[in-house]
Design a protein around this ligand. Structure first.
Ligand SMILES: CC/C=C\C/C=C\C/C=C\C/C=C\C/C=C\C/C=C\CCCCC(=O)SCCNC(=O)CCNC(=O)[C@H](O)C(C)(C)COP(=O)(O)OP(=O)(O)OC[C@H]1O[C@@H](n2cnc3c(N)ncnc32)[C@H](O)[C@@H]1OP(=O)(O)O
Ligand SMILES: Cc1cc2nc3c(=O)[nH]c(=O)nc-3n(C[C@H](O)[C@H](O)[C@H](O)COP(=O)(O)OP(=O)(O)OC[C@H]3O[C@@H](n4cnc5c(N)ncnc54)[C@H](O)[C@@H]3O)c2cc1C
Length: 664
């Protein structure tokens, strides 16, 4: 029945002000109003319909994405949307497209690594989309190891040009989004060679296609790398391959903020750290952390609503069966994911602040916080994307068989999301960057250099190495100080253990390679400490709205107690807690699940997602799941006729043969 809210009873149970929670989730009233307005604008525009997207063959799917991206641009111009509004509109259109890389990496690379002059020349063209760009770093043979890239940019002083060349098959650019079929330009990362000397990797703006007929320019071979995982999903993106055969570009298309090549071919290094070449990656990793809470909350919203609709077992005297959300096992799988979505939201907000702070410092030539910004963006990108990808898959399983249907929205969400564990730095490779930062920090303890920011806790290393938890009863685990100390002691002890083991090797690099798995675990412990601390800090702010803060306290408790339970080997092994205290933590966790249960539906309503954005029958706001699943099945192309195509060729002969066999 249309118009009936099957989840109304659940919504009545809420013990907090959902509208105020929506503002907390959005980050501010301004953000809430912006998201609310733009998401509805997109949802109500048939030009942005998602109907049938998972059924389209690649060519049609891709063309449809081009249509939507162009239509989005048209609406952005017609409605005179600001940059912030336009970004929201693209977000709610919810289809990976070349525009993600144009706005998300090409423009930021020019902004971060271009001189003022270069920005003045290229940015207006890019802002008006008179050129479309991508970020071409990864090659067929090298992705993680940026210093191993093979493409060359050799300066020719005769003509004042760089010659861009792909010397081997493995040097072909491979993966850049938007490259295959759309981009007219790319920021290409290549080895800078001048006067016969190799100065390592630098960025260059290279035109790839004609602005008239879109044909590849002479010397440029470019195409799509082929179909990727999942139906629809990331196949809307033209991840590309690119080869250069001695392509010439003017010298001033080398991005020259970090280093320059003079007219005479002299290489000049600015007094900014070379790592700024990696700045675009730091920026995007930070946005990926913010985006993790979007993807996870979406999956959790679907699984929570469906878990309240779905009933199995326990019917007595002909009454209704039990809602699956009431099973403790379901709660133990679902509620920590709900809590993680909120935790990632807040750590994302904080990381954005950290990124803005480091950017302002860089502008004032203060590079002191760059290593921490790199470690935090790398580590949190790794932690949040791994948890989110795993969480989306868990949500699919939480929805039983129906979660496997594309109409649940979960398979596509997973297929689109899971490469986040790989792109912008493989998650293990990034954890090892954090581990290097931690080992450096430990090695400098006692040198007089005081650790600050997220590693300030290392400054209390002597206390953290010998303290013990003073938890005596389950509710003691609700004390922020008890929790923070537990996570700090675990992280510090794991780092120190790694450092001690490393010191046994004569060659530190050999030791690092041998102990890499332990080092990655120490990095995870450090990153989890950051997420827990930022959630707790959030709760120390003034949070208006009846019951809102209490709900966030419950979520925060679930987040850290679930981690404590899952990683109790670390907490027990490092000797900070006893098995009795671990068991008390688990008792408290169960109690928090019961407190959360009546609020579960309203906590996912606070994400304020439209049905258009969720694109899931199981996650519908009104919970009207079964009639809509039934209706959707009949829209499948296989159901366009009662008799399947192929019946006469394949089924009928088979049936005839069976008849003959039966007669024998
Ligand atoms: C149904 C649903 C439908 C639709 C959904 C719709 C849409 C979703 C759309 C958008 C999502 C929103 C947001 C996301 C935005 C965009 C994402 C979209 C697409 C994805 C694009 C992906 C693009 C890419 O992947 S680009 C390529 C990325 N490549 C990498 O990351 C390579 C990883 N490798 C490295 O970074 C380096 O090689 C390394 C760090 C591993 C090693 O570096 P190096 O070789 O130099 O060696 P080291 O010795 O380790 O380091 C030397 C010192 O430098 C320091 N360092 C390293 N890196 C940095 C850095 N970045 N910043 C600062 N410092 C750095 C290091 O610490 C060392 O320092 P030391 O003091 O000397 O120790
Ligand atoms: C959907 C998608 C979009 C992308 N978009 C872009 C783009 O727009 N532009 C662009 O330039 N690139 C892009 N990429 C490429 C992406 O950045 C790389 O794939 C990524 O950096 C991982 O590198 P790799 O593929 O070389 O993995 P590899 O490094 O080959 O990883 C393979 C395995 O080796 C392990 N490994 C590697 N090195 C180490 C080490 N030192 N220690 C321990 N383990 C290690 C990894 O953990 C992994 O398990 C995209 C990739 C994908 C999947």
């Amino acid at each position: 029945m249309e118009g009936v809210d099957y989840l109304a009873d659940e919504r009545k149970k809420a013990e907090f002000d959902v509208n105020e929670m929506k503002i907390v989730w959005a980050g501010s009233r301004h953000n809430f109003e912006l998201s609310d307005r733009i998401s509805k604008l997109v949802a109500n525009d048939p030009g942005f319909s998602k109907e049938g997207r998972t059924m389209l063959p690649r060519k049609e799917l891709f063309k449809n994405t081009l249509r939507k991206a162009t239509y989005a641009w048209k609406r952005i111009i017609e409605l005179r949307l600001s940059e912030e509004e336009a970004a929201k509109l693209r977000h709610f259109v919810d289809e990976p497209a070349f525009t993600d890389l144009h706005w998300g990496m090409f423009i930021p690379a020019i902004k971060g690594q271009g001189t003022d002059e270069q920005q003045k020349k290229w940015l207006p063209l890019a802002y008006k989309m008179q050129i479309i760009g991508c970020y071409a770093q990864t090659e067929l043979g090298h992705g993680s190891n940026v210093q191993g890239l093979e493409t060359t940019a050799t300066f020719d002083p005769q003509t004042d040009e760089f010659v861009i060349h792909s010397p081997t098959l493995t040097s072909s650019k491979w993966w850049p989004g938007g490259l295959g079929k759309v981009s007219t330009h790319a920021v290409v990362y290549a080895r800078l060679i001048t006067n016969g000397k190799d100065y390592g990797i630098n960025g260059f703006i290279v035109q790839l296609r004609s602005l008239e007929d879109h044909k590849p320019l002479p010397g440029v071979t470019v195409g799509d790398i082929g179909l990727k995982f999942g139906n629809g999903a990331y196949n809307t993106m033209d991840n590309g391959v690119l080869r250069f055969d001695h392509v010439r570009i003017p010298r001033d298309q080398m991005l020259m903020r970090v280093s320059q090549v003079t007219r005479e071919g002299k290489y000049v290094q600015s007094d900014v750290p070379r790592q700024l070449l990696y700045g675009t990656m730091v920026y995007v990793r930070q946005t990926i952390v913010s985006d993790a809470s979007n993807a996870l909350s979406r999956a959790v919203c679907i699984a929570t609503r469906y878990s309240a609709v779905r009933r199995q077992f326990g019917s007595q005297n002909g009454g209704q069966e039990i809602q699956v959300i009431d099973y403790k096992t379901q709660q133990n799988r679902l509620f920590p994911l709900l809590a993680s979505a909120y935790a990632f939201r807040f750590v994302g907000e904080w990381l954005k602040w950290l990124y803005t702070d480091v950017t302002q410092r860089l502008q004032a030539n203060d590079f002191s916080t760059l290593p921490e910004a790199h470690a935090c963006t790398a580590g949190l990108k790794s932690l949040t994307t791994t948890a989110t990808a795993d969480g989306i898959e868990e949500c699919r399983k939480l929805c039983g068989g129906h979660g496997y249907l594309c109409s649940s929205g979960l398979p596509e969400l997973f297929a689109v999301y899971v490469p986040a564990c790989t792109y912008e730095g493989d998650n293990t490779v990034l954890l090892l960057q954090v581990a290097r930062f931690l080992m450096k920090t430990v090695s400098q303890l006692g040198s007089g250099k005081k650790p600050v920011g997220t590693i300030a806790y290392m400054g209390r290393i002597e206390h953290l190495m010998q303290c013990r938890s003073d938890v005596k009863q389950a509710k003691d685990w609700l004390k922020p100080s008890a929790v923070v100390e537990a996570f700090e002691a675990r992280a510090a002890r794991m780092s120190v253990a790694c450092a001690q083991n490393l010191s046994k090797f004569d060659n530190p690099e050999e030791g690092f390679a041998e102990l890499a798995a332990d080092l990655a675990e120490a990095a995870v412990a450090h990153c989890q400490l950051i997420v827990v601390s930022k959630f707790i800090e959030k709760l120390q702010q003034d949070i208006p709205g009846e019951g809102v803060k209490q709900q966030l306290e419950v979520l925060c408790g679930i987040y850290y107690l679930f981690l404590l339970h899952k990683h109790q080997g670390d907490f027990l092994g490092t000797g900070y807690i006893t098995s009795k205290q671990a068991s008390l933590a688990n008792d408290q966790l169960r109690a928090l699940y019961s407190q959360l249960r009546p609020n579960a539906i309203s906590l996912v309503d606070a994400f304020n997602y439209t049905d258009h954005f969720l694109d899931s029958i199981l996650g519908r706001y009104d919970g009207n799941v079964y009639p809509k699943l039934y209706e959707a099945a009949w829209k499948d192309p296989l159901n366009q006729s009662d008799i399947a195509d192929g019946f006469h060729e394949y089924i009928r002969p088979l049936l005839k043969q069976q008849l003959r066999t039966a007669r024998l």
